[in-house]
Design a protein around this ligand. Structure first.
Ligand SMILES: *Cc1c(COP(=O)(O)O)cnc(C)c1O
Length: 396
């Protein structure tokens, strides 16, 4: 008899022991860190069965590892997918996803300019080294975006986008892509499965930088590629041979982070929504970009595809570049640092960090002004963060 599936938060808390592949009694609740590169192949016949896939077993950690496999199962379960390939970074997951999705395709990879900076740089390599056709289309005009999606071999998208928190309609994009035989990869790092479930809209692949919210403690760089359908031998071969695989210790740390994922996201959502409100009424603040915010221009899409706004937002201060520098230099609690999804509240200037490779003109066209501040809201007490912001804004 099948049991009702556990709730999302239960599956996070039990992400270690729930997925351990053993019926053994007295098994550890915290999974073992199998920090071994190689495994005993036993008899020649056993090795044959393991290598042919006839029998489950391990040979070499790049091909598979028991600790990594527990993480793969836990992550596939949280997104509702059928397979997971754990990678050494988010970028390695993007590389693996695009390689799987574009295999055998002549039509272009269609994506948009406001994807993560590291993914954007990867596109340059796809084009210049691999001669992959890549089409970069602005999503602001939905009909132009969908038209491009209709001629794609595969689509790579990120919603909400970073740092301007623009949304892309998942349902329309997936329907259009599938109608024309293209597959869709969604980078769900910023939204997380707590707030957005792309497989429920038919997306074929989901990628994550687990470095961010899923691990959530700023002590591991990692990623994952998830598949809505069961993975094929070819997908596993691509993952294994591209080589961006992960070791047991990083997987174990990520499993530990996952246990509090649901709890952390509840707080990230609540604190970010409150800070968006707090910032919006300050006279020094000229704009706040947060999905789910009452006057976000795409609230209709938000309602359809997101359960919460997440922990990331951006805002602009009156007074331009100098005001923004004064604000950041006077912060005492919030940290001036890249990344997101950490327990600490982090601020960055996209024009001077993630988007510094763009020309000033291109940045302005993309809506990234020199006074745009990106804020990754952490888990500190809200009143301590607002107090810190208030004293730093007083120096603007
Ligand atoms: C950080 C990030 C990545 C890349 O992940 P790494 O772990 O740094 O390689 C990809 N996409 C998004 C949205 C990210 O924030």
């Amino acid at each position: 008899m099948s049991r009702r599936p556990y709730q999302f938060s239960t599956r996070c808390v039990r992400s270690g022991d729930l997925w351990e592949d053993t019926d053994a009694r007295n098994k550890p609740i915290v999974p073992a860190i199998v920090q071994s590169a190689i495994f005993d192949l036993d008899a020649v016949e056993d090795a044959e069965a393991i290598f042919s896939g006839e029998r489950k077993g391990y040979a070499y950690t790049r091909f598979g590892n028991p600790t990594v496999e527990i993480l793969a199962k836990a992550l596939a379960d949280l997104e509702g997918g059928h397979g997971a390939l754990v990678t050494s970074s988010g970028n390695a997951a993007t590389l693996c996803a695009v390689t799987c999705a574009m295999a055998g395709k002549a039509a272009p990879l269609v994506t948009h300019p406001d994807i993560y900076g590291g993914s954007f740089e990867l596109l340059r390599i796809f084009k210049s080294v691999y001669h992959m056709p890549v089409e970069i289309v602005d999503t602001a005009d939905e009909s132009l975006w969908l038209e491009a999606v209709g001629r794609a071999g595969a689509v790579l998208l990120e919603t909400p986008s970073n740092p301007l928190m623009r949304l892309i309609d998942l349902k329309k994009t997936v329907e259009t892509a599938h109608h024309h035989g293209a597959s869709v990869i969604v980078d769900n790092t910023v939204a997380t499965p707590f707030n957005q479930r792309p497989f429920e809209f038919g997306a074929d692949w989901i990628i994550h930088s687990t470095t961010k919210y899923l691990n959530g403690h700023g002590d591991v760089v990692g990623g994952v590629l998830l598949s809505r359908k069961p993975l094929t031998k070819e997908h596993r071969a691509i993952h294994k041979n591209l080589g961006g695989t992960v070791n047991a210790l990083s997987a174990w740390l990520t499993l530990r982070g996952l246990r509090t994922f649901s709890l952390r996201m509840e707080t990230h959502n609540r604190h970010a929504a409150a800070l968006a409100e707090w910032l919006a009424v300050r006279p020094e603040v000229t704009a706040v970009h947060y999905p789910g915010f009452r006057n976000h221009p795409q609230n209709e899409i938000f309602q359809r595809q997101m359960a919460g706004g997440g922990g990331l937002l951006s805002f602009e201060l009156r007074g331009g570049e100098e005001a923004v520098s004064r604000f950041i230099n006077h912060l005492k609690l919030a940290i001036h640092a890249v990344s997101l999804g950490e327990p600490e509240t982090l601020v960055t200037l996209p024009a001077k960090s993630s988007h510094r490779g763009m020309s000033a003109d291109d940045r302005l066209k993309a809506g990234i002004s020199p006074s745009l501040i990106r804020l990754a809201v952490g888990l500190e007490a809200l009143e301590d963060v607002t107090e810190d912001f208030a004293q730093a804004i007083a120096h603007v």
